[in-house]
Write a protein that binds this ligand. Sequence first.
Ligand code: NDP
Ligand code: 2IT
Length: 451
Amino acid sequence: MNEYLQKVLTQTEQNNANELEYLQAVNEVLGSIEPVVEANEDLYKKTALLERMVEPERIITFRVPWVDDSGQTQVNRGYRVQFSSLIGPYKGGLRFHPSVNQSIMKFLGFEQIFKNALTGLPIGGAKGGSNFDPKGKSDNEIMRFCQSFMTELYRHIGQDVDVPAGDIGVGGREIGYLFGQYKRIRNAYEGGVLTGKDICYGGSLARKEATGYGLIFFMREMLAANNLSLEGKTVIVSGSGNVAIYAAEKAILNGAKVVTMSDSNGCIYDPNGIDLNLVKQIKEVERGRIKEYQKVHPNAQYLKNNAGEDSPIWTIKADIALPCATQNEISLNSAKKLVENGIIAVGEGANMPCTSDATNYLLEKNILVAPSKAANAGGVATSAIEMSQNSMRYYYTFDEVEAKLEKIMINIFKACNNAANEYNKKGNYVAGANIASFKKLADAMLAQGIV
Ligand code: NDP
Ligand code: 2IT
């Protein structure tokens, strides 16, 4: 590896020891950009360009005290990693999940910089959240938590400063409570401070569908470039949240058959094709568990997750896999199983769902991999369209937003494909996405001086 790149990698490892997810994300990007670095080595070295790229502009952590329904005070930790404001206000989701820690926040914030650059829209990169576990909490507990979280976060965000949105555990309900508290503290309606708002108070049509739909638009382009299509393909989808549901919906609209969905307890396998309306009822309305699917469709199989073992979902035979749950959900062993079963493409709806060795294995076996920072960028792109509608004090129709999203995803695929071809990595869209976004960010960094 190039000496300068190697030096920065080693330094990053030393400075962030124990932050495994963050180091995984940095390794993947830096591992892809060697030819660009070699061509600009002196300038990058002199301006410490890579060293600046891997150091967040700001990390905020804070205490979030709240009172549960029994009257007991609870304390969680809140985060906002404002990674880069190079090309726009900090932008990225909030995750509420017990696994949240600084490494996960930094990996997500780092990925977000590159993803947001690929959208072609003026948004920087950030991520935030809390180790709060929304599971089993009452609506009032969720509201009190969100209000306490915002009571600290409000001073760090703003529609031209930093614009949070949803992620795991944060959907329309949570964004509503967060927005209400922000508005109350600020005594101003600043619509563009959060995205993923409900339509009735400033949200964008098609934002809810955007990440999943965008993933399928990207898959359609990637498959077409390789003389393939979604028509008639069997698809396994993991997760049953926002991204999974709308990826499944659009895949079905494109003629594919989706046979699985999952949550952290296990997966359902319905060889006849998933009943998506039922999944929406269970997950979006009742906030229940995926196992309940079997009550209505007793012929569907339920495969339980076993602690410490790979999810059984990746052992099910299919043409296309869409991991839409969480990071590192596809291990090397699962990747081997997918290949053994004849998979042709993997579309990453979740952020960094494959371990590094899984990604490398899939690429070695010539499996088409749609990398998360490109393939799931439709969500944040539509968030930026929500911000622009808020600034204009105007609304687009569903079809108008979807058409813009489709165009953006087509352009992202082209950018990844062109960069892969230009740098002798034909068909490697992982490298293509990293190179295309890095070049844009490097140019912006050089243009703005040492900041
Ligand atoms: P949701 O909270 O709506 O759904 C998450 C789903 O994944 C649930 O089914 C959940 O199951 C499952 N899941 C979460 N954590 C784990 C885990 N540790 N192990 C197994 N299953 C798990 O989140 P989203 O759909 O919004 O997010 C899913 C992924 O997509 C994340 O990686 C997120 O970063 C990414 N993403 C989201 C975007 C968005 O716009 N929402 C945009 C781009 C990427 P359970 O209910 O049991 O926890
Ligand atoms: O990972 C992501 O891109 C998101 N969770 C969406 C972020 C956003 O600002 O819409």
